[in-house]
Design a protein around this ligand. Structure first.
Ligand code: MN
Ligand code: MN
Length: 464
């Protein structure tokens, strides 16, 4: 055996984990911070899946993307998009290689946990006008009380017109709020489990407190709200049956920390992956393999519905795209390499017991590769193959992408899933890659700026 020092052996044999500040030059660090300025604006403007898709389609068009037309022949460098029902967006840049050699596909989700208004939400009770909600995705309900909230979404009228509603985020707008009990009278509430601290039926949003006055007579608070809704949006109570209205936090995205190293905002799961992925595909000229970004809906409730990835909209697009190019769709799918871009839990020193520190992701230590997710013995996950993980490692190392391996918590501590399983179902190679998040699924989540910029670098390297 060679005479080697322990340091030399460590260098060559042990895994290396570095903080981004040890790896990035001062200029690169500044560029990472600058990248996050655009990201924060995106988060503040796009509070719903529809808002994300509308914003990104506009940006795609400005970058030369045109709507996909079935049967049309495309050439290397052509940029196309497919908008699925205003809630999912597929962007593609045609590559030089034949489609049978596969594509490079990144999928991220535009939906985020929130409170949806029920179909019949409005009522008044003892001097308050309120709206009932049904939560969407995995939330800790108590976190949604006593914070400023906004209302976003659409109401579709019977004549087919769709009214957009956005109230609570413009500086002059009113906001909304869910009340919580004062501590003085909360003795019984404080004995409840944290999961029931606030129940689903207690997530009622305060939307007003003044009655409609006619001839000096009070005619009801709900009627006053209906009058205001009709004045502003031309809608009636029945129109709310055909509406998708979401209650979301009214916070703006901002810097967190004396060193401004983190971004704090609502909806970073998974817009922290959507934004770098979209920016990366916008930056492409002509890739070797066709580059595809899938910005999908409904991940937070199991990828169901016709805008989620557990349905056929993506397969239909990919098949039509391949057939239009005279390529065998099955071969294209089989040879496609895919990143499922989604967040993982960052190690939180305040709650260390849920993590295996050997296999946890840390803030500022680069993008996190997650080989498998799932719960109770990897159930429901797509366990990425060793060969594909090695391929991704090599790609990242060769392109200066700082990365780490991370698992979602200790064995049997809980678990979760991503869209990886639905992409694997299409017979692609897929692994989860993303950004570590603190307070995931809370109304206000944290991510590290270096990790966000590193994901952009990772997506660019993967597409190029
Ligand atoms: Mn997610
Ligand atoms: Mn999530």
């Amino acid at each position: 055996m060679d005479e080697k020092t322990a340091d030399a052996l460590r260098e060559s044999l042990a895994r290396q984990q570095k903080h981004a500040c040890e790896v990035l030059t001062p200029d690169e660090l500044q560029a990472a911070d600058a990248f996050c300025e655009g990201y924060k604006q995106f988060l503040t403007r796009c509070k719903t899946e529809r808002a994300c898709v509308t914003f990104l389609e506009r940006k795609a068009r400005a970058n030369g993307f045109v709507p996909f037309e079935e049967g049309k022949t495309y050439h290397a460098g052509d940029k196309i998009f497919l908008n699925n029902r205003g809630k999912s967006l597929v962007l593609a840049v045609v590559g030089e290689k034949p489609l049978e050699e596969g594509t490079r596909l990144i999928a991220a989700h535009v939906d985020a946990p929130r409170l949806d208004l029920k179909p019949a939400p409005l009522y008044d009770d003892k001097g308050l006008a309120l709206a009932k909600t049904h939560y969407y995705g995995g939330i800790k309900k108590y976190q949604w009380t006593a914070i400023p909230l906004a209302l976003h979404g659409v109401a579709a009228k019977r004549d087919g017109t769709v009214v957009e509603i956005a109230i609570g985020d413009a500086p002059e707008d009113p906001k909304f709020c869910i009340t919580d009990l004062l501590p003085h009278l909360a003795a019984e509430q404080m004995k409840r489990d944290l999961s029931k601290g606030i129940s689903g039926e207690e997530l009622n949003v305060v939307i007003g407190s003044r009655p409609l006055m006619l001839d000096g007579k009070a005619e009801g608070l709900k009627l006053n709200i209906l009058r205001l809704l009709h004045e502003r949006y031309g809608i009636t109570e029945t129109d709310l049956f055909s509406a998708e209205l979401e209650i979301v936090p009214a916070f703006e995205a901002c810097d967190i920390g004396f060193d401004r190293s983190l971004v704090g905002a609502y909806g970073q799961d998974d817009r922290v992956c959507v934004y770098p992925c979209a920016e990366a595909i916008f930056a492409i000229d002509t890739p070797v393999h066709t580059a595809i970004a899938v910005l999908t809906d409904k991940e937070e409730i199991g990828s169901c519905g016709n805008t989620g990835l557990d349905t056929n909209y993506l397969l239909d697009f990919l098949t039509e795209f391949a057939v239009s190019a005279g390529a065998n769709p099955r071969a294209m799918l089989r040879n496609t390499k895919c990143l499922s871009a989604d967040v993982n839990a960052g190690f939180d020193p305040t709650f260390p017991s849920v993590m295996d520190p050997l296999n946890a992701a840390f803030m500022n230590f680069g993008v996190v590769l997650t080989k498998y997710t799932g719960r109770a013995g990897k159930s429901g996950s797509s366990d990425a193959g060793a060969e594909f993980v090695a391929w991704v490692r090599k790609l990242f190392d060769e392109n200066g992408v700082l990365w780490q391996m991370g698992e979602l918590g200790k064995v049997d501590e809980g678990g979760g899933g991503t869209v990886a399983a639905y992409l694997a179902k299409l017979n692609m190679d897929v692994i989860d890659v993303g950004v570590s998040i603190l307070s995931m699924h809370a109304p206000f989540e944290l991510a590290a700026k270096t990790d966000i910029a590193m994901l952009f670098k990772a997506c660019r390297a993967f597409f190029s």
